[in-house]
Design a protein around this ligand. Sequence first.
Ligand code: PMP
Length: 375
Amino acid sequence: PIYLDHHATTPLDPRVREAMLPYLDTFFGNAGSAEHRHGWRAQEAVEAARSKVAALIGARPAEVVFTSGATEANNLALMGSADAAGPHVITTGIEHASIVACAAERERRGDPVSILPVDREGRIDPAQVAAAIRPGTGLISISLANHEIGTIQPLAEIGILARQHGILFHVDATQAVGRIPVSMPALGADFLSLSAHKFHGPKGVGALVVTRPARRHLRPILFGGGQEHGFRPGTLPVPLIVGFGAAAAIAQAAMPEESLRLAMLRDRLLDRLAALPGLRVHGGTRFRLSGSLNIGWPGLVARDLIHLLRDDVAISSGSACGSAVLHPSPVLRAIGMTEEEALGGLRFGLGRFTTEAEVDRAAAAILRAAPLLRR
Ligand code: PMP
């Protein structure tokens, strides 16, 4: 099937694979072995990758803490800052499951949590963040780009607010990194989460980037050896980290052209699909990742269409993390859609290797299938 689910994950770029291969066998050393060449070689590779990851988000290499992915990075930011700052957490109603679950766990442990609403486009109003700040607010956690509707948030304003009030600011940039320019200093973020497999890197590696001044407000959630400044003990997965670095460098170089190409493909897809009357775009079009499109038709249940098209097109009804049971997407509910409308949400995510021909074939398949299912 044609793969149009790049929010869930992306295929490995062949150049990334090439970069990784030597570290799967020839250079197998432990990056923590400081006493011989095997270790040095691994350590050099890790540090080179660290620099590439840091460059992609305008951070310093020493600020990058490698993790198993963005879920772990989010856990480290939300659970690891629990004792250091004030107890009150501010987040939004459209966050990824890993943020939702960490916020719920903080609340269960007795910390107050404010979950802010978003508008029809999925945008958070900085004024609402300002209004939610109170004595004891310790952490604001907001994603830069949404994983279902692609909405990009006005985070720089919120970063300024956080700074003014001495509040830690965590940005889950997992969907944004590699797709739009991300600058940690420009966002004013203290902590930033990212994951390699969202931009054609390998699965199972990501990072929490911790600015130098914010370091003293973070405690580890895992304990062991002193790796990653003690924030993330454990032997580093050198091949994955090398792949992460390669993917970061490629994404940085490809981004200007790629984002334009994806926006054109996305608009072409929308244009084709609009041939079936009643189409609605969910989440607005003004502040959106260029490869993202979330749509629906009245009376069409997304699950039914996705199932009918399973041999032709791989699309989704929402986040891969919560899609085992039929329930309306909390993101679509949060932007004001009814339960029934939310069950109609079709998420398309285009990526580096998506072609015009694929878009046309996918649209044709959907236009054939959808009328059969509409109630
Ligand atoms: N945050 C967001 C916004 C995401 O889209 C995802 C991936 N679905 C994650 C966090 C989790 O990333 P990972 O798969 O690396 O754990």
